[in-house]
Design a protein around this ligand. Structure first.
Ligand SMILES: Cc1ncc(COP(=O)(O)O)c(C=O)c1O
Length: 392
């Protein structure tokens, strides 16, 4: 096994699919014009960009004019939330935003900044022990001045799906806009946005074998958004800056593959995930390890544990030495030794709060890889337990 490297951090990012790279290449080297230019080079680039927009729209079940290319998932979240809140305030339509405690920082950090620095009202909803928001809590939090509800489709750290369609239906019924952060979830469910109660949706192609540096924001027609980045009139005047055509093309190519192969990818990932879950839970007592998030209503490629009395970061170090890449929760906070806000929000006691560990399987993983990960993880757990007893 020496020298072997196993990547099980696909929730952080994925490798680029070779077919996606191939689709992008001509737009770096040949059709490299600025899509806003009217000459031949510009027209070729524009053709690529608009085809990518049409493809994204078709795959999401919507119309091309609802698709905005951004720079990443975080930017899509920011544009949706800041844009809608600013437009509503300017029109005197309200000042209140609802979100959940389990959102990614791209949403929760944005919402808190709007509250703390811009005077917006914010309600942050709690979650159940499985990390799910109760639709009735959403309904109860709506006020006459509520503008937007932002609840993710599925969680990055613990994998649970949210009842986002139910929440969207409540929002629509009450005349409130609904945004969902589908950065982790986009590849694992079917979207028919024309018929779904979703007004804004964020996704990030690098989570499904597409390129980094591009995000997508779906904005239902008629939803008013104030651009937070001023400049040229690109992307319907909502996201100034020369569009990165190769990345937009790559985004659409990766999403097409993800949707086409959704069933086979899901079945394969579910099998690997289940092998990992069973392998770990069957070997350790339940007062030492637990699966975090919902046991079944979770992303197919996502496995998350909490270990009592251990630190996720230390487990990660041992795994890294064994050639295994995982994460101690959201990739963005891997280096952070603080207790996990997510595990606190689930109601886990102090002894568990630093012991989060996330594995997200992907297309290059095999059952042999999972078996190796299980044995390496158990070895790391035993070593760290032994050390903590020794120095207790
Ligand atoms: C749920 C969720 N939202 C937003 C983001 C941010 O996406 P990006 O890193 O593309 O900006 C992430 C990244 O991990 C995520 O998991």
């Amino acid at each position: 096994m020496f020298g072997q490297q196993i990547y099980m951090d696909h929730g952080a990012t994925t490798p680029l699919h070779p077919a996606v790279l191939e689709a992008m290449l001509p737009y770096w080297t040949q059709d490299y014009g600025n899509p806003a230019s009217s000459h031949h080079f510009g027209r070729m680039a524009e053709r690529g960009l608009e085809k990518a927009r049409r493809d994204m729209a078709e795959l999401l079940g919507t119309r091309p004019q609802t698709i905005i290319f951004t720079g990443c998932g975080s930017e899509s979240d920011n544009l949706a939330i800041r844009g809608v809140m600013a437009a509503a305030r300017a029109a005197g339509r309200g000042n209140h935003l609802i979100t959940s405690i389990l959102e990614h920082k791209a949403v929760l950090g944005t919402a808190k900044q709007l509250r703390d620095y811009d005077g917006y009202e914010l309600t942050v909803l709690p979650v159940s022990e499985y990390g799910q928001v109760a639709p009735e809590d959403v309904a109860a939090a709506i006020q006459p001045n509520t503008v937007l509800i932002s609840i993710m489709a599925a969680n990055n750290e613990i994998g649970s799906w949210q009842p986002f369609q139910e929440i969207g239906a409540i929002a629509r019924d009450r005349g409130v806009l609904f945004h969902t952060d589908a950065v982790q979830a986009a590849a694992y469910t079917d979207w028919h946005l024309n018929d779904m109660p979703i007004d804004l949706l964020s996704l990030a192609p690098h989570k499904f074998y597409g390129p980094k540096g591009v995000g997508v924001l779906y904005r239902r027609e008629g939803v008013e958004l104030l651009s937070s980045q001023t400049g040229g009139g690109q992307e319907f005047g909502l996201r100034a800056g020369t569009v990165n055509v190769p990345l937009a093309v790559g985004a659409a190519a990766a999403f097409r593959l993800a949707i086409q192969e959704q069933q086979s990818r899901t079945a394969c990932y579910q099998q690997l995930s289940q092998q990992l879950i069973t392998g770990v839970l069957s070997q350790l007592p339940p007062d030492e390890v637990m699966l975090t998030g919902h046991p079944t209503d979770r992303l197919p490629h996502h496995v998350s544990f909490a270990f009592r009395g251990l630190k996720g970061n230390e487990l990660l170090m041992h795994l890294d030495m064994a050639g295994i890449a995982a994460s101690s929760g959201s990739a963005c906070v891997s280096g952070d030794p603080k207790p996990s806000d997510t595990l606190i929000a689930l109601g886990l006691g102090e002894a568990w709060q630093k012991g989060g560990l996330r594995f997200t399987v992907g297309s290059q993983n095999s059952p042999d890889d999972v078996a190796y990960v299980v044995s390496s993880l158990l070895e790391a757990v035993h070593k760290l337990r032994h050390l903590s007893l020794q120095y207790a």
